[in-house]
Design a protein around this ligand. Structure first.
Ligand SMILES: C[S@@+](CC[C@H](N)C(=O)[O-])C[C@H]1O[C@@H](n2cnc3c(N)ncnc32)[C@H](O)[C@@H]1O
Length: 226
């Protein structure tokens, strides 16, 4: 996968790029690159934002600035770009990121993530340049960088070779393998600690019963969430 992140703070991604599963995905042929909106802004003094029409607090990321950055990177009109690759605008009011959407995005050969800052995007960016508007939760962060890392982390760990054990990403909370339910509890040694014993069934060596117990735990957790 070719993953590009457009941001005003490319340095914010240095830690992320070094994470084991990200490094594994990159070693496997994927790319993760950041593009600084400021590098190609057509405005003087590195300007990228402006005051909102209609008044109000904060500054809004300009549509001409984002267009210039997308054109410089891909060499085509960004309106056409979104038909060729998924262009995701990170925004609090977007479609909520869940495992099904992560699966969908992980199947793409290329992804572009647009990070907002300040008061957010000029709406024309979302309407005309993005194929998707995605939120990582119903709360507001200061900028799209953490949201982009959350999305990229969830997507990249699904790619072949990203995790040490490929099965780790198959049966997890909210995965199709677990019928979108939360995962069951895990335990490891010691089998007893301060009187807290691990459920007997997990020590039984009886795979079918372990499987049934785990599914039952997932169902209980799912019911508790409803
Ligand atoms: C301070 S926020 C803007 C909030 C905007 N004024 C609103 O009320 O929806 C600045 C940027 O952070 C990012 N952001 C903040 N919270 C987010 C979330 N929950 N999911 C995805 N992106 C988020 C977006 O890129 C957004 O443009």
């Amino acid at each position: 996968m070719q993953l590009d992140v457009f941001t005003l703070f490319p340095d914010a991604f240095a830690w992320f790029r070094d994470q084991r599963h990200v490094a594994n995905a990159l070693a496997g042929g994927s790319t993760f690159e950041t593009v600084d909106y400021r590098a190609t802004t057509p405005l003087s003094g590195g300007q990228v934002d402006d005051t909102p029409f209609g008044g109000g607090a904060g500054m809004v990321l300009r549509v001409d600035v984002v267009e210039a950055a997308l054109r410089a990177r891909y060499g085509i009109d960004p309106v056409e770009l979104r038909a060729r690759r998924r262009v995701v605008a990170l925004t609090p009011a977007g479609r909520l990121l869940d495992d099904a959407l992560v699966d969908e995005l992980a199947a793409e050969p290329a992804l572009t993530l647009l990070c907002g800052r300040y008061e957010g995007f000029d709406e024309r960016i979302v309407e005309h340049f993005a194929s998707d508007a995605v939120s990582i939760g119903r709360y507001v962060l200061a900028g799209g960088e953490l949201a982009a890392m959350v999305l990229a982390d969830a997507v990249l760990r699904k790619l072949p070779g990203a995790l040490g054990h490929a099965e780790s990403a198959q049966e997890e909370s909210f995965s199709a393998a677990l019928e979108r339910m939360p995962e069951y509890p895990h335990y490891t040694r010691p089998a007893e600690w301060r009187g807290w014993a691990v459920p007997d069934v997990l020590l039984s060596g009886h795979h079918a019963r372990v499987r049934e117990w785990r599914l039952e735990q997932s169902r209980r957790r799912a019911a508790a969430q409803d």
